[in-house]
Design a protein around this ligand. Structure first.
Ligand SMILES: [Zn+2]
Length: 145
């Protein structure tokens, strides 16, 4: 079993979609072998990456909570019939499972909305009347989130 935090910056394909790579995903991996000798991997991923809103380009927090179960297929082993695999589980090659970060990244990318958006975007002029605010202040504020 493995428990670790994965920095969002460690996942380049995901990082491309985010307004900030500050933050982590907590990841838990557990592997076991069942009575029939099949190998399984369970992957739990939780976190709250900040996606880029497709309308206003502001940050949209997206709470993630993923649990997926993968059947590991050793090289040379037969692939399971689709009918025999339960719907929640995917099969992958055992060797591919060793590359844990891309695996985690794939699962996260699958869970994300295709076009993230705020339910209601804040008006871009909302901060304009605040004394002392400037476009740079807005940039700094963005970076902090
Ligand atoms: Zn928006």
């Amino acid at each position: 079993m493995l428990d670790r935090s994965v920095g969002l910056g460690e996942l380049p394909r995901l990082a491309d979609l985010l307004t900030t790579t500050a933050g982590v995903l907590s990841v838990r991996l557990e592997g076991w072998r069942d009575e029939q000798g099949k190998s399984w991997l369970q992957l739990d991923i939780a976190g709250e990456p900040v996606l880029r809103c497709q309308r206003c380009l502001g940050g949209v927090k997206f709470p993630l909570s993923i649990r997926s179960r993968l059947q590991l297929i050793a090289p040379g082993e037969d692939w399971p019939d689709d009918d025999l695999v339960d719907d929640d589980a995917d099969a992958i090659e055992a060797e591919a499972a060793l590359a844990v970060l891309p695996l985690i990244e794939d699962e996260v990318l699958l869970a994300l909305p295709i076009a993230p958006r705020h339910e209601q975007c804040e008006a871009p002029s909302a901060n304009a009347s605040v004394p002392g605010s400037s476009p740079f202040a807005a940039l700094v504020a963005l970076k902090k989130h």
